[in-house]
Design a protein around this ligand. Sequence first.
Ligand SMILES: *Cc1c(COP(=O)(O)O)cnc(C)c1O
Length: 384
Amino acid sequence: MKRGINTRCLHLEDEEIKNYGAISFPIYQTATYAHPGVGQSTGYDYSRLQNPTREQLEKVVAGLEGGKDALALSSGMAAISLLMETFNPGDHFIVETDLYGGTIRLFDNVSAKNGYEFTQLKCSEDDIEGAIRDNTKAIYLETPTNPMMNIADITKISEIAKKHNLVLIVDNTFLSPYFQNPLDLGADVVVHSGTKFLGGHNDTLAGFVVSNNEEIIEKLRFMAMTTGSGLSPFDSWLILRGIKTLGLRMEQSQSNALKMAEWLTKQDIVTKVYYPGLPNHKGHDIIKRQARGFGSMITFDLQTEEQALEILERVRLIKFAESLGGVETLLTYPVTQTHADVPEELRQKNGITSRTLRLSMGVEDIEDLLGELESIFSAISGRE
Ligand SMILES: *Cc1c(COP(=O)(O)O)cnc(C)c1O
């Protein structure tokens, strides 16, 4: 029987007592390795190629996503860039329109230059099959999307991908493997910004690519060795440590998110709340079917831009900062931060406005978080 996810956050299946029995996996802070003799190797030659601490982390993450293998890279963008390097000029991609801003910037400015073609669709609604061309090679999803929290049906899209021999890639950052496993739903590749929930402490950048497909894994390994964006031994250890409490953090931050989302829906100055845990969210039934939770990301619209800016100015316990998925609650302004480089027209199409804020709920006491927003909201409303 497969062990539970909290156990898999802490232990590998074939764990042995080694390294003097160290419970915390050692940091192999070494660039290179001595050879016992000519033509001999300990299995480790140079840390761009192999490093025991990074490999331990890769095994843990592969285990959490149910993948054959995982690669740990220096950031989420390094992971996505590496994956894109495994395709060829002339290849066409169908991609979700509401993606993390950095991913859109990569596709627009780097991948396009390499001769890739893109069709952007709202994958939760649009006709994906109709957009497939002779040179289409992959479909790229986020679900929930960043920041508008749209939910795509992974199983349904994986059937289209299989029928047309396309690689289905899912960025699983927002729910983490604790709540969602796209490979089990038919995806071929999962990517993560490990900086977010996996690391969980707003202190380390990391990224992952996970797959079950040997051919894809082989290409990724070759590219990682060649381009050199593997995660450092110390950062690998920090992410290993973060993952130990993944389940505890996901549960607490989700519980906070549910309460916050419900509270936000009752506020006069809030015109719309995007949280898939709310029963009236468009993707509520799909996420309930394909995931074990709703996560802790909430996007909401204010009545005016001034209100949004004032909230950002006034928060103190909640931090006005980019990023998400850590123990500290962060409030982001997508228009000038995470999605600043997304063309205005596309931002509008996706519904990201100057009245839109994004909350990443942390694990603080919910009363304190609500208390801060309550006093800010009443100060703002009182002045009208
Ligand atoms: C943050 C993020 C990324 C990029 O990851 P970095 O670690 O910041 O490079 C990619 N996808 C999503 C959904 C993200 O939130």
